[in-house]
Every structure is written in structure tokens, then in C-alpha cells.
Design a protein around this ligand. Structure first.
Ligand code: MN
Length: 431
């Protein structure tokens, strides 16, 4: 019942005369009468852990300091129950969430106008749900109109600020979910490598990933899997996944399972024939050494941007050593010459969203790492179609999921091999 603790924690931060509103996902139509598979909105899931669509959770702190928690859900509907299975209904939702009131969405407009009477500040997640945003404007207008002695709500605050700060720090319960996602993802990557051989199609490799995710209870991936062989390994968000992986190609897989809405995010790169060429190996080891050096810095007290700066320095030096870049390291960093090969950042927060909530700066200063945060570390080097030298067609990224602990860090995805000899002996071993 951690959702109840989270809601109370929010109420504790709200001033008297304020309301906090978060909405569930709505069904997303794919075509005609077919919808995409329902996935709950992360903020709503964080506060309720229920998978109802269209629902609304409302937290109110009245002017006298009294608090009230209300959930609005779809009413019982026999037609829907027949086609989609039973729903919680207002009473069921009230019970399962242990809130003060469970109401039907049919009563939303009427009830909320009553409950928001006297409320001055409304928190809701900005730019998340257009339906909710227009409703809030409508309700606020109605509450203000024609009143001579008092106004309706006068302030909208972004609920993402409070939610992001809370979601950044993972509880033991959340870490348990994340370890399940990490385990499924580790096993999936190992399986994909073991089943690979020259001539395999990228989608066959993707099938191995999805098989293992699903087998371990992860019916969603945290994001579209990237399986890129050869030059496709250099396309950062490649997702066609439909080309052959030829003898001599590297394959880059960036894929992560989602368990109970919590994501993992892993990248590995391997030679499809089981043996790195010297050129592939020199890039691979440079990226791996950079990753290990950056992971060494993941501990309480490190500024997040220092991780990126360390990666840039390490990779730039390596590119000079390999004669891919020429000149003074400091100058190459200052003029961003490295960005032709390392065009992205070192990583991101990880949790309910693969690129999770939580700001990277606080009051204009880069965030300092603290225990309970989970982040990815994913340096990479790419020699794609715009590069014409000897390394063309080599894209390498190595990514793990890291929990900041009291003393340092815990790599949630450590079980998946990444040393050159380990990778080489794993590729093709399952056939
Ligand atoms: Mn990532």
C-alpha cells in the first residue's frame, strides 16, 4: 500500500486551500475498434497502482487544514465487463485505495465543482493530459464566474515538480520491481546473443528478446527495442529491425523490459559471428573502459554532469589515441569535435518511465547524486553513414542500470556480460 503513503506525502507538502489532481491514461485508438494495449500513466500509477482507464485521483487540503482523498472511476458497465473484463467501480476503487470517497466519473463535473469551492491553488501535471487541462480551465472558470465576494482558483502549479522529486528516489518496494525488470532484460539480452549467427535478421533477434521479457511477466517493453546490425548500429533510435546481420557486422541491441510499470534499459554490442575484428575491438574496449570509469564515479556526492564530462574526456582521449581525432584533447572537447562520434548524453534517470521523472538541475545547479536514485550509464561511439573512414559501420554503446547506494552504487544489470572474451563466447552459444 505504498501509494497511500505517497499520497499523504503530497498532502503534507500542500498549503491549505489547494487541490492536487492526476488523471489516468485514456484508451488510445489504433484503428477502427482496435485500441493499443492499455498502459497506465506513470504519475497516476505512482499514486494509485490501479490500471483503470480515465480515472482521476483528487487530493484536497481545505482552508481549515482538513484533508480529503477522492477517486473517480468508470461506473460499472455490463457491456464493458463482457468485452474487457470486470472493472473496480467506485466502491471497489475506494476500498482498494483506502480513500475517503470513490465516485463515478459520471458525477465528476458536479462533484468537483462542489469540492473545489474555496480552493485557491490547483496542482496538476502540466502537458500530460489535454482532456484534464481543458476540464480544469472549465471548472476554474465556472468557480470564478459571477462571484462578487470570492474568486475561484487563482494558481495552477505543475504537479510534476512534486511528483518528479518523489519518483527520483526509489523505495525498497520499487527497487524490487526494478530488479525484476532488470533480470528479465539481462536474460533476454543473453538469450539474444546466444541465438545470433551471421545471416540472422534483426527481427529474429528482437523475437528472442520479447520471448524472454514476456516469459518473465513483462508484457511491455519500456520502449521500442533497437536491434541494429552493421551500419544500423550507428542509428541512435533505429527501430525498423528488419535487416540481415551479415558476417563481420556488429549488432547493437538497446532493449529493456517493463515489470509492473517499472523499466529496465540495457544496451550491449556484439560481433554477430562471435569474433570482434581488431577495429571493432578497439572501439568496443574504448567504450567499455569509458563506461567502467564513469560507473566508478557513481556515488553520493557526485554531480550528475560530472559523469558526462568524464565520459567526454575519456572518449575524446581515446579517439585521439586511435587517430580518429587529431589535436589537443582540451580543444577537441571545447569545440565539441567528439560529438560527431558521441552525440548524446551519458544517461538518464530510470523508473516508471525509461527516461524517468525528476529534474537534472536544482535551482540552476546540477543535481548531486544521492542514495535511492537509479540512472543509466551509456557511453557510445558511432561511425555511421556520414563518416567515411576505416571504422565506418561500427556503432558501439554499452549501457547498465545503476542504483546509487550509501557507499557507492549497485549495478542492477551486472549479471549481463560485457567483457570482450565473455561476449565472444556467449554469441552463438545457444544454437
Ligand atoms: Mn537508456
Amino acid at each position: 500500500m505504498e501509494h497511500a503513503i505517497r499520497r499523504q506525502k503530497i498532502l503534507d507538502q500542500m498549503p491549505a486551500g489547494s487541490a492536487f489532481i492526476v488523471s489516468a491514461s485514456h484508451a488510445q485508438n489504433r484503428n477502427n475498434d482496435v485500441n493499443y494495449r492499455f498502459r497506465q500513466r506513470s504519475n497516476f500509477f505512482y499514486l494509485t497502482e490501479i490500471k483503470e482507464e480515465n480515472a482521476i485521483i483528487l487530493l484536497i487540503k481545505f482552508l481549515d487544514g482538513k484533508e480529503k482523498q477522492v477517486v473517480f472511476v468508470e461506473p460499472h458497465d455490463e457491456f464493458k465487463a463482457l468485452w474487457q473484463g470486470p472493472q473496480l467501480g467506485p466502491d471497489g476503487a475506494k476500498k482498494i485505495l483506502n480513500v475517503d470517497e470513490g465516485l463515478s466519473l459520471l458525477e465528476l463535473d458536479e462533484s468537483i465543482l462542489e469540492m473545489l469551492h474555496g480552493i485557491k491553488r490547483i496542482y496538476y501535471p502540466f502537458a500530460e493530459d489535454k482532456k484534464l487541462e481543458s476540464k480544469l480551465r472549465e471548472w476554474s472558470g465556472k468557480l470564478s464566474k459571477g462571484k462578487r465576494t470570492e474568486s475561484g482558483p487563482t494558481e495552477f502549479f505543475d504537479a510534476n515538480i512534486i511528483l518528479g522529486e518523489m519518483r527520483l528516489f526509489k523505495s525498497d518496494y520499487e527497487l524490487k520491481q526494478m530488479r525484476r525488470a532488470a533480470k528479465a532484460s539481462v536474460d533476454a539480452h543473453a538469450r539474444a546473443m546466444a541465438m545470433s549467427y551471421p545471416g540472422i535478421n534483426e527481427y529474429e533477434i528482437e523475437a528472442e528478446l520479447l520471448y524472454e521479457f514476456t516469459r518473465q511477466g513483462c508484457i511491455f517493453s519500456g520502449y521500442n527495442s533497437i536491434v541494429g546490425g552493421g551500419i544500423n548500429s550507428c542509428v541512435l533510435h533505429y527501430e525498423a529491425n528488419n535487416q540481415l546481420c551479415n558476417d563481420g557486422d556488429v549488432v547493437l541491441i538497446d532493449a529493456g523490459a517493463e515489470y509492473n510499470c517499472y523499466a529496465a534499459d540495457i544496451t550491449r554490442t556484439f560481433p554477430v559471428n562471435g569474433k570482434f575484428t581488431n577495429k571493432q575491438k578497439s572501439i568496443y574496449e574504448l567504450v567499455l573502459d569509458a563506461q567502467l570509469a564513469v560507473i566508478d564515479l557513481v556515488k553520493p556526492g557526485t554531480e550528475w554532469i560530472k559523469l558526462q564530462e568524464a565520459a567526454v574526456k575519456f572518449l575524446t582521449k581515446g579517439l585521439v589515441r586511435l587517430n580518429i581525432l587529431e589535436g589537443q584533447t582540451d580543444k577537441l572537447i571545447a569545440d565539441k569535435s567528439y560529438a560527431a562520434f558521441y552525440p548524446h548524453l551519458i544517461g538518464h534517470w530510470l523508473g516508471l518511465d525509461v527516461h524517468d521523472a525528476g529534474s537534472y538541475k536544482v535551482n540552476g545547479q546540477w543535481r548531486i547524486l544521492e542514495p535511492g536514485m537509479v540512472l543509466t550509464i551509456e557511453p557510445g561511439l558511432y561511425f555511421g553513414s556520414t563518416y567515411t573512414g576505416d571504422y565506418q559501420g561500427i556503432g558501439v554503446r554499452i549501457e547498465d542500470d545503476i542504483l546509487v547506494t550509501d557507499k557507492g552504487c549497485d549495478i542492477l544489470t551486472a549479471q549481463l556480460p560485457k567483457k570482450v572474451d565473455e561476449i565472444e563466447s556467449l554469441v552463438g552459444s545457444g544454437r
